[in-house]
Design a protein around this ligand. Structure first.
Ligand code: C2E
Ligand code: CA
Ligand code: CA
Ligand code: CA
Length: 280
């Protein structure tokens, strides 16, 4: 599906003119898709060491006239055009709506703590971001603790203080923050100490290394220890094998997300998965 999405806009051909045309088409389609709300959300379960659901990550999907476009492609395009602000707003609202619905239906187990939503740096910088959060919490009667915002190190590039203050205020309110793709960025680690984060999310690229060798993977062990030393929870994404899960568990990582447990699921399949987990 991903390759289809890419080839539909041949962003990777050598032909510059074709590339520019494809990009314009993509921007146009995206603009229209936002107006038509042609996106949908899927939810990937997160599990604790007891095998219970601890939360889920929201992932956005777009079928453009039936052709799936890879999230990496349309999110990047949305960021380039600032369309990520209305799209991100829609994603947050739908996430809250689903969360309220699941709670009312009783589909969430007692172990379920958070719904994690990816927030692009541009969306986070939007001056109306905080009022949106407050509005949604009220509209969907959600305690702030239910929402976990996944941000990346790029959020702190440039106007550092503003982002830091915003995290500070939202964190005061009770919103949780996870640092996504941890270990792949270039920024200094000093900001880690200064921010009221709750969780480090180890990037999938490191998890893949576990199966390549019987040797320890020092980077992973260091990230987990760093997280613990800072008083943060640590979650691993992209866990695809039992060996990876066991390795992580043996090194004190107690939360997991990945195909080994479940692919991202639509609303109904997600609730069914949670029910099945509880019955076994
Ligand atoms: P991410 O935040 O690092 O999300 C994790 C990606 O890994 C998702 O890809 C997910 O489907 C995939 N994944 C999860 N488990 C496994 C696994 O076990 N194996 C493998 N090979 N992959 C796994 P996806 O959905 O294609 O999203 C790619 C990226 O697009 C995300 O990376 C995120 O940066 C961005 N994205 C997706 N949805 C949203 C959204 O709603 N808002 C924003 N701002 N960005 C989004
Ligand atoms: Ca993420
Ligand atoms: Ca990642
Ligand atoms: Ca990411």
């Amino acid at each position: 599906a991903k390759s289809l999405g890419r080839s539909a806009y041949s962003l990777y051909t050598d032909n510059m003119q074709q590339q520019t045309q494809d990009k314009l088409n993509l921007f146009n389609d995206l603009h229209q898709a936002i107006e038509e709300e042609a996106f949908y959300l899927v939810f990937q379960p997160q599990l604790n060491s007891r095998g219970e659901a601890s939360g889920a990550e929201v992932l956005c999907r777009w079928n453009n006239n039936g052709v799936p476009v890879a999230p990496d492609v349309f999110i990047a395009a949305a960021e380039e055009t600032n369309l990520i602000i209305p799209l991100g707003r829609w994603i947050l609202r739908q996430s809250c709506r689903h969360l309220q619905h699941w709670r009312q239906q009783g589909c969430l187990p007692a172990s379920f703590r958070q719904l994690a939503v990816n927030i692009s740096p541009i969306q986070f910088r939007d001056p109306q971001f905080e009022s949106l959060i407050n509005e949604l919490l009220e509209e969907y009667s959600l305690e702030p603790q239910w929402l976990e915002l996944e941000i990346t190190e790029n959020t702190f590039l440039g106007n550092n203080d503003e982002a830091r203050n915003k995290i500070e205020r939202l964190s005061q309110l009770g919103i949780r923050f996870a640092l996504d793709d941890f270990g792949t960025g270039y920024s200094s680690l000093s900001y880690l100490q200064q921010l009221p984060l709750h969780k480090l999310k180890i990037d999938r690229s490191f998890i893949t290394d576990i199966d390549k060798t019987d040797q320890p993977v020092p980077i992973i062990e260091s990230i987990i220890q760093l997280g613990h030393n800072l008083g943060l929870d640590v979650i691993a994404e992209g866990v695809e094998t039992e060996q990876q899960r066991d390795y992580l568990l043996a090194h004190q990582c107690y939360e997991f997300q990945g195909y080994w447990f479940s692919k991202p699921l639509n609303d109904e399949a997600f609730c069914r998965y949670l029910a099945e987990l509880q019955s076994c």
